[in-house]
Design a protein around this ligand. Structure first.
Ligand SMILES: Nc1nc2c(ncn2[C@@H]2O[C@H](COP(=O)(O)OP(=O)(O)OP(=O)(O)O)[C@@H](O)[C@H]2O)c(=O)[nH]1
Length: 397
């Protein structure tokens, strides 16, 4: 069957949660997966890996199901990626639809050097896959000992940390010298600044319960848990719009309480993480759908690759009681979802952004311009979009 409808249930099939597991070369992804696949909590999962060999499944009493797919005694399916990822996912879905395989979630392990964004794009942009999967979250593995050096040397590693919903810290057992422990403290502070909202889980804390279901929908309540998903409180205060949060990291699973100073620490001006900013925008004001769409379009077209992550809940003028939830990774946006009601008493538009090499003030100004909260020295919305002489004026870097 090749459409999104399951004839047995006569209706659209609920999209399957998809988790992307990323992390730098040697950070411990395979070791983590090896532990996870043995957990009965992954009995309903299909895990896509590059090679069975890497994960050393031999001792787990595997049962080959078909070429490239084995089932562990726990019920977890391990599948090697054959050809490209899209083909592998389509084949898996076909097998599931035909009752040949049974799974209710998918985990994809990326190769260490990979920028996770293309994988997210693949599943969020593909016209069929986007109907069948919903992004549950990005899990990024970071090595406690080598993590700092890796962040220094590789901008991809910084990006992997910045787009994560969960950070798993491995190799803390190797923090046996004062020097390593100090380096580790610095690493934690850097991760907190790069990605304030992502819980940092140490080795054994990285259980399926904490790694999965970090998407918008809470499977326990079958409703959207916007507060948890957005975690806006974890970000630095949303200064400048009068609706600032207090900016403290939410306490659970975080280790050490570090001030979020937007990455303005350290002495090396070329540090990759100094290029990353994480912040929130918030407002009470409702925004017309067309204006908000245009705001996103401008963000996307001008800052696309540098817009690492954007999540938000938006109060539209047309339907202020039914907020819209948006979710984007770089220039790709998940189809927006409309909620039947506000999930709690906080009825403000809140956007959380993680960007690279874009001044926070620029995006804040653009946002305010679209809200028509025009300052004397700022272009208003009309000037931004209607003035042919100043195309996209005022939103350069
Ligand atoms: N001491 C210690 N070693 C670990 C830990 N996690 C992983 N390792 C070791 O680190 C090395 C790399 O781990 P892998 O799990 O292969 O890392 P990976 O991210 O899959 O590596 P690539 O597939 O090369 O990207 C292996 O030798 C592991 O045994 C840990 O928590 N503590």
């Amino acid at each position: 069957m090749t459409d999104a409808f399951d004839s047995r249930r006569r209706g659209p099939v609920a999209p399957l949660p998809l988790t992307v597991l990323t992390g730098f070369l040697g950070s411990g992804k395979t070791t983590l997966l090896n532990r996870l696949v043995q957990d009965p909590a992954l009995a309903d999962a299909a895990v896509l890996i590059n090679e069975f060999g890497e994960i050393g499944l031999d001792h787990l009493l595997v049962q080959p199901v078909r070429d490239g797919v084995v089932m562990l005694t726990t019920g977890c399916l391990c599948c090697t990626v054959r050809g490209d990822l899209v083909t592998s996912l389509e084949t898996l879905l076909r097998d599931r639809d035909n009752g040949r395989l049974s799974f209710d979630r998918v985990v994809i392990e990326t190769t260490g050097l990979a920028d996770p964004a293309p994988i997210l794009h693949t599943t969020m942009v593909h016209p069929y896959l986007v109907m069948r999967f919903r992004l549950d979250g990005v899990v990024t593995v970071v090595d406690a000992v080598n993590g700092e050096a890796t962040l220094d040397a590789h901008s991809e590693a910084v990006k992997q940390a910045a787009v994560a919903d969960r950070l798993v810290i491995t190799k803390t057992d190797l923090l046996d010298t004062a020097e390593r422990r100090t380096g580790y403290e610095r690493l934690l502070a850097r991760l907190a600044a790069l990605n304030p909202a992502a819980p940092r889980l140490l080795g054994a804390e990285a259980t399926p319960a904490r790694l999965f279901d970090c998407g918008l929908y809470d499977p326990a309540t079958k409703s959207a848990d916007v507060r948890r998903w957005l975690a806006a409180e974890a970000y630095a205060p949303a200064a400048g719009n009068g609706h600032a949060h207090d900016g403290h990291a939410h306490g659970h699973h975080t280790h050490g309480h570090h001030d979020h100073d937007h990455g303005h620490y350290g002495h090396d001006p070329n540090r990759h993480d100094d290029h990353i900013r994480a912040f929130t925008l918030a407002t009470d004001e409702a925004v017309p759908a067309s204006a908000f769409e245009m705001f996103l379009e401008l963000l996307r077209s001008v800052h696309g690759p540098d817009l690492l992550r954007l999540k938000g809940i938006v109060k539209l003028s047309e339907q202020p009681d039914k907020p819209m939830v948006i979710h984007g990774v770089q220039h790709v946006f998940h189809p927006p979802a409309q909620l039947p009601a506000w999930p709690d008493d906080d009825h403000r538009t809140r956007l959380v952004l993680i960007v690279r090499d874009v001044a926070e003030a620029r995006i804040r100004e653009l946002f305010n311009a679209f809200l028509s909260a025009v300052g004397p020295d700022r272009p208003d919305r009309t000037a931004l979009v209607d003035n042919p002489l100043v195309p996209f004026g005022g939103i350069d870097r």
